[in-house]
Design a protein around this ligand. Structure first.
Ligand SMILES: *Cc1c(COP(=O)(O)O)cnc(C)c1O
Length: 359
């Protein structure tokens, strides 16, 4: 087997570590920004009926036209707004990178940010330049402008709000990057749009090089893999050429469209999560030694001395969050917790408090 691997598999792929998804069986799962609420029985029953009559022997709608109507409505954009659909926004990131990948193309992002920007660039053998954020996790304007001028990136990824820091970057600096600095495309990843009033949605018509990426994952349908990209139709047309046909299954398309037609329930859950974010932030802020960072998303980043020990202790209490302390120098002693149900948040805060007092 060793010889076979050597003969066949790229050495840089062999050197990769697998994307580790920790085992969470039976745990309170606050590590992955999922909506903690399942669909209600009232919705599941009629949905099951619809799914039972789907033509599973046929390929899905290649363009997802019915779904795009719902997505435009969800965004408050006109019906017929052009979009590219992806099997999650992860697949859109992959398509974008494939569409710009020449031997000397550069992709630029910030650090720390969503790991998929860097990871997919690396696997696609496209150079990735990561510009560190400032200590307060804001954009380092002069470092960004200098890096853009030096590397002339074909593509810039910015998550807005950013993961794992939770903040939205300065609107004026982003606009300056889009309008004056960037020679190529600027993709704003608005995965956390349900939890913030901030969006560049209304700026889409103004800037030819701006693309907006969204997903249903954080809204409450992480298991339905669906992301979408909006922007100038001429750009979307090119990016759509690298999309594999039928990339979004008929099950995903129908479930997503149907749930979006019955969105009240999700909207209520989101409102609860936004107010629970404040409860959780206040609770964290009251604990000795804990610094909690402002968040526009459905998670909170916080710093606590001895973060790794605390993370392990929480796991022993049956609570899974995310340990970021090794992931970037700016995130030393930082942990990230997803906003859960009021009861989950309470259990998390109680466990954390007991660990801080008796580690
Ligand atoms: C969670 C997240 C996504 C979601 O990706 P999907 O593939 O749509 O599940 C995208 N971008 C960011 C910044 C995220 O944090």
């Amino acid at each position: 087997m060793e010889n076979l691997l050597r003969a066949a598999i790229r050495p840089d792929v062999q050197a990769l570590l697998p994307y580790a998804v920790p085992v969470a069986d039976g745990m309170i799962k606050l590590d992955a920004m999922e909506n903690p609420y399942p669909l209600s029985e009232d919705l599941r029953q009629p949905l099951a009926h619809i799914l039972s009559s789907l033509p599973l022997h046929r390929y899905p709608s290649p363009q997802g036209t019915e779904l795009k109507i719902r997505l435009a409505r969800l965004m408050g954009l006109p019906e017929g707004t052009p979009m590219v659909l992806g099997n999650g926004s992860d697949e859109l990131i992959q398509m974008l990178i494939q569409a710009v990948a020449t031997p000397d193309a550069v992709i630029l992002g910030v650090l720390p940010s969503f790991v998929m920007f860097h990871f997919i660039a690396q696997v696609s053998r496209v150079k990735f330049v990561g510009v560190p954020l400032k200590d307060d996790f804001s954009l380092d304007r002069s470092a960004m402008l200098a890096a853009i001028a030096q590397h002339r990136p074909a593509l810039i990824f910015l998550a807005y709000p950013n993961n794992p820091t939770g903040n939205c970057f300065d609107e004026e600096v982003i606009t300056e990057i889009i309008v004056r600095a960037s020679p190529g495309l600027v993709v704003l990843d608005e995965a956390y749009y349900p939890f913030t009033p901030h969006s560049f949605k209304n700026n889409l018509p103004s800037y030819d090089n701006l693309l907006l990426m969204r997903t249903l994952s954080k809204l409450g349908l992480a298991g339905v893999r669906l992301g979408w990209l909006c922007g100038h139709p001429a750009l979307l047309e090119e990016i759509d050429k690298v999309r594999l046909p039928y990339n979004v299954s008929v099950l995903d398309q129908v479930v997503a469209a149907w749930v979006l037609d019955h969105r009240d329930e999700l909207d209520k859950q989101i409102a609860t999560l936004v107010s629970e974010r404040t409860v959780l932030a206040d609770g964290l802020g009251r604990l000795p030694g804990v610094t909690v960072f402002p968040s526009q998303a459905n998670f909170l980043l916080f710093r606590v001395p001895g973060a790794s020990g605390i993370f392990d202790g929480l796991r022993r209490h049956g609570i899974l969050i995310k340990n970021l302390t090794e992931s970037h120098p700016l995130l030393q002693d930082c942990l990230r917790v997803t906003v859960g149900t009021p009861q989950e948040n309470r259990l998390f805060l109680d466990a954390l408090e007991s660990l801080i007092h008796t580690p």
